[in-house]
Design a protein around this ligand. Structure first.
Ligand code: NAD
Length: 484
């Protein structure tokens, strides 16, 4: 089955270095496929060390002028970038949906969120103050923030454009120049950055984009001595590897890594709302969401009913072509990833009780489609309880009391997000404090507030971005002490 081809689909995706489109120095390219036909629709430049060297050199020469601009002037440019994204919402969403398999309605939401990231960080830097301290009549000290230099940004294939904006916006707002290495499975939406940035008046060299394979283009960026900071979002294994490589230059790192986030549902929860939230939390964005609530722990008296009703709802989710506005779960990003998710489904059949999905929908004979899948009675040592699947697959397990719920919630290497459903707010707060995760939602969906810290603990990451935390990350703080 051929996917609906968006207007203006490029056949070549090139780097963007020093304000100009560029091919790789050695002319190498790689094929880019869509997840419906799994056939190549474009070639993208495959960057290597010489391309990263050129991009870093361009970013270095653009740094003095960009970092010297006032916060208000940079914020004005960021606001124009947000306008440019909003003006292209339809095209951006069509590209993202075509390339990554995201349902088109959800891709539109991601485009809006990308614009909001720029508006938000424009506001942050305009409102930003610097700290001052006084020690009696003797000494006064104040903090000076300076942008750290050329930032290396490495991003994954899930919601790629939005996650790129989540790094680009605070890096630019803080006065850094940068080199972005988008994920190789989904480079299409990044091909819109050059026109958006140029139209917004971003000077040449401030943003540079080098496409390519992680182990080559990404690694060259991590190894580059003139890139003092790496902001990485991706898998825990790659994060560990990047942390090891970065040690050589003692780089500043932010690591937004994988998750296996628990949803703890107590018997006194608002059942309908909790069910809606679980379905949304694990099946929206095709389940390819770092904060997906992919382990659902349910208090025993509610357990059978919850599992049965979750399965019923999962069966009603509409799986279909990404471009169809009725689609709720589209195609998984790449055949390799699809095969990996299907392997987990096979493993799950031995480890738990399959109560929904587990197969390709009958009406979709081709493409990376999977019926939303629910496994009940999953023991905590099961691989589908422990490992990040990153697809529309959820593991459900019972618990008998609050301490067991917390123990099960914490029984994985991950600690990104957690969700608690209960009518007893004291208990909600107790569990929220006891769960090992960077973020917890009580009786609430995964609704973000951009002012709050975003990040994980344990194998889910190091550091926080979001709000002033992002500005802290992209700047160095110097303290100046003055005798009075
Ligand atoms: P990945 O780790 O395979 O790749 C991420 C990026 O790293 C890609 O651009 C890739 O090319 C690059 N890369 C790979 N090897 C590299 C190397 N040696 N040096 C430098 N760069 C390298 O991850 P993925 O499969 O693209 O993304 C899915 C993962 O991302 C999931 O684990 C998901 O949970 C995680 N994620 C986390 C967050 C978060 O905020 N915590 C958000 C989204 C996704």
């Amino acid at each position: 089955m051929s996917p609906t081809c968006p207007d203006g689909l490029p056949r070549a995706i090139r780097h963007w270095i020093g304000g100009a489109a560029a091919d790789s120095a050695d002319g190498c390219t790689f094929e880019v496929t869509d997840p419906v036909s799994n056939t190549p629709y474009a070639h993208a430049a495959a960057g290597g060390r010489p391309d990263v060297d050129r991009a870093v050199a361009a970013a270095r020469s653009a740094f003095p002028a960009w970092s010297a601009l006032g916060n208000r002037a940079r914020a004005t440019v960021l606001t124009r970038i947000a306008d440019g994204i909003e003006a292209r919402e339809e095209r951006l969403a069509a590209f993202e949906s075509y390339d990554s398999g995201l349902p088109i309605t959800q891709a539109r939401g991601q485009a809006r969120r990308a614009a909001e990231n720029f508006r938000y960080f424009a506001d942050v830097v305009v409102a930003l103050g610097e700290e001052a301290f006084r020690q009696g009549q003797e000494q006064f000290s104040y903090v000076v923030r300076t942008p750290i230099g050329v930032a290396g940004l490495i991003t994954p294939w899930n919601t790629p454009f939005m996650l790129e904006s989540w790094k680009l916006a605070p890096a630019l707002a803080s006065g850094c120049t940068l080199v972005l290495k988008p994920a190789e499975w989904t480079p299409l939406s990044a091909s819109l950055w050059p026109e958006i940035l140029t139209e917004a008046g971003v000077p040449a060299g401030v943003v540079n984009i080098v496409h390519g394979i992680g182990e080559e283009a990404g690694q060259a960026l991590v190894d580059h001595p003139d890139v003092p900071l790496i902001s990485f979002t991706g898998s825990t294994d790659t994060g560990r590897h990047i942390a090891r490589s970065s040690a050589q230059h003692l780089k500043t790192l932010s690591m937004e890594l994988g998750g296996k986030s628990p949803v703890v549902v107590f018997a006194d929860a608002d059942l309908e709302t909790a069910l809606d939230s679980v379905v949304f939390g694990v099946f929206s964005l095709n389940g390819e969401r770092c904060t997906a609530g992919s382990r659902v722990l349910v208090e025993r008296p509610l357990y059978e009913e919850f599992s049965r009703r979750l399965a019923e709802r999962a069966k009603r989710v509409t799986v279909g072509p990404p471009s169809d506005p009725a689609t709720e779960v589209g195609a998984l990003v790449h055949p390799e990833h699809y095969a990996r998710v299907l392997d987990y489904v096979d493993i799950g059949r031995k480890e738990g009780r399959l109560v929904a999905g587990g197969t390709r929908p009958a009406h979709l004979p081709e493409g990376n489609y999977l019926q939303p899948t629910v496994f009940a009675d999953v023991p905590p040592d099961a691989r589908i309880f422990q490992e990040e699947i990153f697809g529309p697959v959820v593991a459900v397990a019972p618990f008998d009391n609050e301490s067991e719920a917390v123990e099960l919630a914490n029984a994985t290497q991950y600690g990104l997000a957690a969700y608690v459903w209960t009518s007893d707010l004291r208990r909600g707060h107790r569990v929220a404090h006891a769960v090992e995760s960077g973020m917890v939602w009580i009786n609430s969906h995964n609704v973000r507030d951009l002012r709050t810290p975003f990040g994980g603990v344990k194998a889910s990451g190091v550091g926080r971005e979001g709000g002033a935390h992002s500005v802290d990350f992209y700047t160095e703080s110097k303290i100046v002490h003055v005798a009075l």
